[in-house]
Design a protein around this ligand. Structure first.
Ligand code: DBV
Length: 243
């Protein structure tokens, strides 16, 4: 699996810099396998979940999909606790038969100048260093734009070596910027209503528009897929305090 080293690196770095606590993975979601037809052959597609937490980070979670060399995915999202105005860390690393599709960002809760300066500027410096090697991936859903920062890295490499080297390096730098922001963050419980509202907007959007929905439904059925999306991948509505 191309993305195993990405996730292992992320967990190790989060553990060493911040320390991690467990995050419960609901029953039935830790690992799921389906047998699929590929032409005349049959193969397996396995989806594996990872979860952790931290005092400032409500949920650190990953979904890894391994369907052989033509289907590999690491979807990695860090959701801050609702007393912190930190952005989400979002990584969508996808390998399909036609090539690779890479999205990573520190996804903002707010769009004012101060927020941008504090939470997007540090990753902008990283983006600037990778923009030439990892050019803009083109076509992007308009409605997704409010959920991205100016430091959004969106690229479609054709060579797996680019993923294994340049994309891996960029991923490490984005996560390091995020970890440094987490370390510096202080709680703002008085802003909780605004923070929660923005977190709900983001999570509702991601759950409603999950680009993996079709694929996961084909493999594992609608019932399992909808629960996985709402009860684990984007689970804020399940666990948030009432507003
Ligand atoms: N995407 C997810 C989750 C996935 C996942 C939870 C468990 O949000 C995988 C797996 N993303 C996934 C797959 C595809 C994409 C595509 C399998 C390919 C879908 C296909 O071609 O059939 C960023 N991901 C995409 C696309 C975008 C993103 C723009 C192209 C498809 C499209 O235009 O909708 N994902 C999207 C996004 C973030 C993200 C907005 C934020 C970082 O994670």
């Amino acid at each position: 699996m191309i993305y195993t080293k990405f996730l292992e690196w992320a967990i190790a770095r989060l553990e060493s810099e911040l320390g991690l606590q467990p995050y419960p993975i609901p029953e039935g979601f830790a690992q799921k396998t389906a047998t699929v037809k590929r032409g005349k052959e049959t193969g397996e597609v396995t989806t594996t979940s990872y979860g952790a937490s931290h005092g400032k980070l409500r949920q650190i979670r990953a979904a890894s999909v391994d369907g052989g060399s033509a289907l590999q995915v690491l979807n990695f999202v860090i959701s801050p606790h609702w007393d912190y105005d930190l952005p989400f860390f979002g990584g969508d690393l996808v390998t399909l038969p036609g090539g690779h599709l890479i999205a990573m960002d520190l996804q903002p809760l707010f769009h004012d100048e101060g927020y941008r300066e504090r939470y997007s500027a540090p990753a902008m410096a990283v983006l600037a260093r990778y923009q030439e090697a990892l050019p803009w991936g083109g076509d992007f859903p308009e409605e997704a734009k409010p959920f991205f920062s100016p430091a959004f890295l969106w690229t479609r490499p054709t060579e797996v070596t680019v993923v294994e080297t340049t994309v891996f390096a960029a991923f490490q730098e984005y996560l390091q910027v995020y970890i440094d922001l987490v370390k510096a963050a202080t709680p703002q419980p008085d802003r909780r209503p605004d923070i929660l509202a923005a977190q709900h907007r983001y999570q509702n959007y991601r759950a409603a528009k999950d680009p993996a929905r079709g694929m996961l439904t084909r493999f594992y059925g609608a019932e399992w897929t909808e629960s996985y999306i709402h009860e684990f991948l984007f689970d804020l509505a399940r666990v948030a305090p009432p507003q």
